[in-house]
Design a protein around this ligand. Sequence first.
Ligand SMILES: Nc1ncnc2c1ncn2[C@@H]1O[C@H](COP(=O)(O)OP(=O)(O)OP(=O)(O)O)[C@@H](O)[C@H]1O
Length: 358
Amino acid sequence: MTEDVAGDMASDRGFGETGRAHTGRGGTGRGGTGRAGTGGGGKALIEVDGVRKVFEVRRRTGLMRREKREVRAVDGISFTVPRGEMVGYIGPNGAGKSTTIKMLTGILTPSAGRLRIAGIDPARQRTRLAHRIGVVFGQRTTLWWDLPLKDSYGLMRRMYRIPEDRFRRNLRRCVDELDLGDLLDVPVRQLSLGQRMRGDIAAALLHDPDVLYLDEPTIGLDVVSKVKVRRFLRELNAELGTTVLLTTHDLQDIEQLCERVMVIDHGRLMYDGPLAGLHSVGESERTLVVDLEREHPPIELPGTRTVKVEGPRQWLAFPATASAAPLVAEVARRYPLVDLSVREPDIEDVIARMYAGR
Ligand SMILES: Nc1ncnc2c1ncn2[C@@H]1O[C@H](COP(=O)(O)OP(=O)(O)OP(=O)(O)O)[C@@H](O)[C@H]1O
C-alpha cells in the first residue's frame, strides 16, 4: 500500500517549540463520570467501538489429533480518548492490553468492531497512521540491533521524512531529557534494558506523534530514570497536547501521569473513569491509626473493623468512601484518645482486590 503522507508531514512543528495547540494534562475536562467521553464535545482522537479480537489456536490432543480453540483476547471493547488526555490501560497478565494496542497501531486486524485514530483506520491505512503515532513496546525494541543509537535515529528521520531542523531540535531535547548523550555511539545490542528503553522512547517521539502508545515504558528503568521519563512525558503532554495511552504494571506510572484509567480483564473493560473512582469500585478501605493513653481491648465501632492492636496503638479499617470525621468524633468521645492519623488506601491493594474479585 502506498499512501501520500506528505500532507501529514507538512507542518514544521516540533517539541522544541511551544507554539502548538495546548490542551495539557486533563485539559479536556473529563468530569469523572466513569464513562469515556470525547471531552468538551470535541471529536475523539481515539475511537474504539465494539472491538473484538479472537485468535484461533490449535492444540495437539493425541498423536494425529488436533483441537481447535478460540481465544477471545479482546471481547467487545468500546471507549474514546479525546486529544491531549493521558489514559492508563491496566489489567492482569493476559487481559488483552497488548492485543488492544496492536490493533490500535494496525499490527493486528480486529475480528469485529470499529477503530479510528484521528479518523484513520489503523488496519487499512497503516502507513498513514504511522506518521501520527509513536509506539514503545517495553518488551521489544524498534531500534536496529547492530547500529549505534544515532544511526537508528538517522534512519527514522528518513523513514518519517522529518525536516532536518525539526529532527535536530527533537533529538537534542530527547538526548537532554533522557540522558542519551553518552549512548548515541553505542550499538543498541550493547545497551542495558533501561538504556535501550530510553533510546526507544526517544525514537517514538522524533516525528512528533499526536498519539503515543506506551506498553510497559518504564520496565528496567532505575528510580531516577523513571522520574525523568515521567517528567518528560508530562512536559510533552502539557506543551504539545500529546495523547498518551499507557499500559503498565507499575501503578506509580499511572498515579503520576494519568487522571483517567481503564481496567481490562478477560478482554472486557471492567472500569473506565477517574483514578480516584477505583477506590469505590475496588471496595477499598482507609485506616484510622489511633493512639490511646494506655493499652485497651480492641475498639468496637459500627462500620469499622480493628485490624491490628500493638500496645496503646490500634488500626481501624473503614470503607474508603465513608467520611472519617464522625468516626474520629466517636473514637474521641468513647476512648482515651491521645493522637490519630488517617491512612489512604494503596492503589495497588485496590487493584489487586478488583482483579481478585473478578
Ligand atoms: N498471537 C496470539 N495467538 C493466540 N493467542 C494470543 C496471541 N496473542 C495473545 N494471545 C492471547 O490473548 C490473550 C491476551 O493477550 P495479551 O498479550 O493482549 O495480554 P496482556 O494484557 O498484554 O498481558 P501481559 O500483561 O501479560 O502483557 C492471552 O490469553 C494470550 O494468550
